[in-house]
Design a protein around this ligand. Sequence first.
Ligand code: MRU
Length: 373
Amino acid sequence: MSTHEGMTQEIRTVFWQDGAVVMIDQKALPLAERYVACSDYREVIAAINDLTVRGAPAIGVAAAMGIALGALRIPDSPPENFRRAFDDICTRFAATRPTARNLFWAIERMKRRCEEAYGVDREGLPEKGKGGPLQAIRETLIAEAIRIGEEDIEINRRLGRNGRDLIPDGARILTHCNAGALATAGYGTALGVLRAAREEGKKIHVYVDETRPVLQGARLTVWELMREDIPCTLIADNMAGCLMQKGGVDLVIVGADRIAANGDTANKIGTFGLAVLARAHGIPFYVAAPLSTIDPELADGGMIPIEERNPDEVIRCGGVRTAPNGVAVWNPAFDVTPNGLIAAIVTEAGVIRTPCADVIQQFCPPQPRRQDR
Ligand code: MRU
């Protein structure tokens, strides 16, 4: 993995360049703005695991590009061997971040593309008259991964336009974690809605939860907002209730890592508490996410797998140990907000005003195959 400093005006979270997967190093932000270039798919897996790249949609894009990178390096071999090596790479990516639905969505899409390019059906049996040289298959996979990244930006822009009417002029908005350009291929989901409202000329003020344990709010969301001169105020997570009680919040908007068929939503740990506080104060609570985050096969949020991360993230803050050695720690990365606390889910296909299975079904794309079970 190589690194280089410097960046363009638009935040480019993850992209394909000269046969490598390049990503902004989110572990280094906001202290340093640098990119890392992964030329081996295992480096992409490591980058997903250690949060160099994070946020469900960005993880999906990174995984798609990582899979293409892996395919590029599979040596010329008989088709069955190539397929076995390709499936093995996909399985390794699937073992990284279990809650992020977009990861599995992207893996499934890459697998489908491979099958189509390969000329085999879902059972792996050759289809007559199809197939081609391995190099053509590799190139098809690279093109598909790049397309997934480009589509993600376009989807976020549509989602932003769909959601901007929910943001009144002069609104004071609370957000949690980072659901911005850094959590996607670009533009963002929850922050995409806010960007779209700003592009319309609305004045907004964003309160940002710092988002312990990994501080995505303090390190990433504030960095994104400040570089675009979007007025913002950083608060510690335990200040949100007090701010609402004082009448300082008009609405809450967050992203999502996985949304069940009934609208229950997994997002960064702490989101559920915010939704309860918002309900107690009569404040609307919105979720913004692409359709690829919706998992129509999971009936409710209780079925969403919740990632538990290294206790070190809780024992330390900003790299400094803040708790005694040997303390017991619980570190779930996400919690589930029940649909009844969510006023609407904003997607690229429209705003789902009553998050429930019937309505969500109308919005969801077909899911031909599952990678994560
Ligand atoms: O652990 P992370 O930083 O990957 O968690 C990210 C979040 O919880 C985001 O809010 C979510 O992925 C939505 S991002 C568009």
